[in-house]
Design a protein around this ligand. Structure first.
Ligand code: PMP
Ligand code: GLN
Length: 399
């Protein structure tokens, strides 16, 4: 196996992102999807929908291809998509964003996060504060950027951070606080108290805030509150989102950054050397999606809430304990009542025992914290109702 060179390798081995000999290993999502394919189990692991999103959006992409939108789009994204993103921020959050200078289209939220971290991290002493468990690419990108990850635990079953833990984590060494709300993998939506404390701490320690809001339209008791809308926050927040979850187009990889012109320019400076540009026929399609009526956005939140209810009932009936989510794609369940002591082992055996795939929460934590999350499993609710019903029926075998 070829070895991955350099300092990133050492940091990544330490963070559990590479195997001990420095070779690449598949992400937990790829591993679990492969397991589902191999065993024929229902894939409640990787978070992608198994149904198409709005027909108008799909049709707009076909039309764009037919009309010849097949070459490099402008570096910041097509003017029309940038306008649609700015309209969306105004419509849902009352945020005034200049589409010319304050919006950047990226290859999904993943590239937006990577480019933002690479652009804004200054030195190996910089600390990046994240809530733990965290989406896996955060630790990888912080390692790539050569900074230090500082984590604040989210504890079962509410998964809200403790304010004293948060205050201890943010110091003058903090370069940025990276906040995912609604949260993957726990389904938590930050309380107003936590949101306010994040902004206060960022001001006190002159840190930037980066938000990952890819589940912004999947909040079950809305509305979603972007950190950029808090008093005094707008100029220090880099807001990131993506079309993948809202329009069920995770394979299109259209994401975006909104921030002040200086911050957007900094992210663009890195983005142009990563992908240069992305997704020309998908950009007009997502512009059409962002302009859909309010009823569409309310509808997807309600549909997802009901799917979580169905999944949660199935998990409870199978004997697991459930932490009901407030937003997003995922429900976390505790397999300890079934005698599980290691969620990774439990998940590897689950296809054979019940024909279902889930993801151990330990995949989203630093190696030192694994024991605290040892029996928790993340299940994706973003699947057809008949799939969730069948999964519930199969999980009943665990009893
Ligand atoms: N952040 C979070 C919290 C996610 O769950 C995901 C993926 N589902 C991403 C970022 C990546 O988004 P994208 O597919 O737009 O790159
Ligand atoms: N975001 C999806 C999840 O959390 C998967 C994305 C990926 O495979 N990288 O399951």
């Amino acid at each position: 196996m070829p070895q991955i060179p350099g300092a990133w390798r050492r940091a990544a081995i330490g963070a559990g992102l590479l195997s001990a000999d420095g070779t690449a290993q598949p992400t937990i999502f790829a591993e679990m999807t492969a397991l589902a394919v191999r065993t024929g189990a229902l894939n409640l692991g990787q978070g992608f929908p198994d149904e198409d999103g709005p027909a108008e959006v799909l049709e707009a992409a076909r039309e764009a291809i037919a009309a010849g939108a097949n070459q490099y789009p402008p570096g910041r994204g097509t003017p029309d998509l940038r306008a649609a993103i700015a309209e969306h921020q105004q419509r849902f959050y009352g945020l005034a964003v200049d589409p010319e200078r304050e919006v950047l289209v990226t290859a999904g939220a993943t590239e937006a996060l990577a480019a933002t971290l690479l652009a804004l991290i200054d030195s190996p002493d910089d600390e990046i504060v994240v809530f733990e468990p965290y989406y896996d690419s955060y630790a990888a990108c912080v390692a790539l950027a050569g900074a230090r990850l500082v984590t604040v635990p989210l504890r079962w079953p509410g998964f809200q951070p403790d304010l004293d833990d948060l205050r201890r984590a943010v110091t003058d060494r903090t370069r940025l606080i990276l906040v995912n709300d609604p949260h993957n993998p726990t389904g938590a939506v930050l309380s107003a108290e936590v949101r306010e404390e994040i902004v206060r701490l960022a001001e006190r320690h002159d840190a930037l805030i980066v938000t990952d809001e890819v589940y912004e339209h999947l909040v079950f008791e809305g509305p979603h509150v972007p950190l950029a809308t808090l008093p005094g926050a707008r100029d220090r927040v880099v807001s990131i989102s993506s079309a993948g979850k809202t329009f069920s187009t995770t394979g299109w990889k259209i994401g975006w950054v909104t921030a002040t012109p200086g911050l957007v320019d900094a992210v663009l400076a890195v983005k142009q050397w990563l992908t240069y540009v992305n997704g020309s026929p998908f950009q007009p399609a997502i512009a059409a999606g962002l302009r859909l009526p309010d009823a569409f956005f309310a509808g997807i939140a309600e549909t997802m809430r009901a799917k979580h209810e169905l999944l949660g009932a199935g998990l409870r009936a199978a004997g697991l304990q459930v932490a009901p989510p407030a937003g997003g794609y995922f429900t976390v369940a505790d397999a300890a009542p079934l005698g599980a002591t290691d969620a990774a082992d439990f998940c590897r055996a689950l296809p054979e025992r019940a024909g279902v795939v889930g993801i151990p929460l330990t995949a989203f934590v630093t190696p030192e914290r694994r024991a605290d999350y040892a029996t928790f499993v993340r299940f994706a609710a973003c699947k057809r109702r008949d799939v969730l019903e069948e999964a519930s029926a199969r999980l009943a075998a665990l009893r």
